[in-house]
Design a protein around this ligand. Structure first.
Ligand code: ZN
Length: 355
């Protein structure tokens, strides 16, 4: 498999040096993780939980070639324990666009995630690609801020380049829940816990009590700045606290290497810090983008462990999300708003690299 080869050689899908091993990673008794270093845009993780004669897959990947490579690596296990159920932790495509390859009897998500997935599809990424071409053309025109348009085009292309979004036929959840759902996977108890809206409007975590394991989806990014789209920082902190209360020994993030409760606590601290820092700027009436640029360069921020995480530019997306909540706006952000926030993140990434 091409992906495996590239990961074995120690590189990410974008060709950066990998900080941890990718591909198949056994987590315990009949639990296999699939890791995609370094946990950046679309570099998501998934997991296979197997019991007697049946398996549960937690998430698929962003495109069909990556999902096929993962399923091929899981194949020896699937011969005795085929995938009966597939869980999608939330509505971002890097956790469900490969669903059609699984052939599960049942696809499960939270009610809120399923609602969001009806609006999201691979077409949005084709659109992002088109927007990137427009931005690149603008960067050659005699207009102000040409470098910003080029930075955005480079950033968007960098996100999309390793993936192939053609041929995807979105296969959406067949059953939904809110609150809690208990499953029996070939005799193993598996709990699905609805913890959203946090990263998106409908996030769930998967708890395997007998093995003291949690599959956190995008409630957890490790070594990588998390992204707050439609949820709330307050709920994200609560979601982290719920994972901490489960006292798991092993936690698989949606992006990043396998961790434990210390990793969960690190993400909780990021949101606690950001919430209070943002509130101060909000109360002084400062614009959100200005606040993000100021916070990420502040001495208090730079002293924190999370100042070393990758993707610091995502703070601009996060600060805008916290501002929206402080303004009492709870509606999900439009595709245009998302695009504009990604463009602002690209510009901030360039500025931070030049600092
Ligand atoms: Zn993700």
């Amino acid at each position: 498999m091409q992906e495996n080869d590239r990961q074995r050689e120690g590189y990410t899908l974008t060709g950066a040096p990998a900080r941890y091993g990718g591909g198949l990673h056994p987590l315990g008794q009949d639990v296999l993780a699939w890791l995609t270093p370094n946990g950046g845009w679309g570099e998501s993780n998934a997991a296979l939980i197997s019991g007697h004669g049946a398996s549960l897959l937690v998430d698929t990947l962003w495109d069909l070639p990556r999902t096929a490579a993962m399923l091929a690596a899981f194949q020896p296990k699937l011969e005795s324990a085929p995938i009966r159920q597939l869980v999608n932790t939330h509505s971002d495509g890097d956790h469900w666009f490969g669903n059609e390859l699984v052939g599960a009897d049942e696809i499960i998500s939270t009610r809120a995630a399923a609602r969001n997935m009806r609006r999201h599809g691979p077409g949005q990424l084709t659109f992002l690609h088109a927007v990137s071409s427009v931005f690149r053309a603008m960067s050659y025109a005699p207009i102000p801020k040409r470098r910003d348009w080029r930075a955005a085009a480079d950033y968007f292309d960098g996100i999309l380049r390793p993936f192939d979004f053609s041929m995807i036929r979105p296969e959406r959840p067949t059953s939904t829940f809110s609150g809690k759902l208990q499953l029996n996977v070939g005799g193993r108890e598996v709990q699905l816990i609805d913890v959203g809206p946090a990263h998106t409007s409908g996030d769930l975590i998967v708890h395997l009590p007998d093995d003291r394991m949690v599959f956190a989806g995008d409630i957890l990014f490790l070594g990588m700045t998390p992204v707050l789209w439609d949820g709330s920082a307050r709920n994200w902190i609560k979601a982290c606290e719920r994972i901490l209360a489960l006292k798991a020994d092993t936690v698989l993030p949606g992006h990043g290497p396998v961790t434990d409760l210390a990793g969960v606590d690190g993400v909780r601290r990021y949101w606690q810090f950001l919430r209070s820092a943002v509130r101060l700027h909000f109360e002084k009436g400062r614009p959100a983008t200005w606040a993000a640029q100021h916070i990420v360069r502040s001495d208090q921020f730079l002293k924190q462990p999370f100042a070393k995480w990758d993707g610091q530019e995502r703070i601009v997306i996060n600060v805008h999300a916290i501002y929206r909540r402080l303004l009492g706006r709870k509606r999900r952000v439009s595709t245009w708003t998302r695009l504009n926030l990604l463009r602002q993140a690209a510009v901030l990434a360039r500025k931070l690299a030049e600092d």
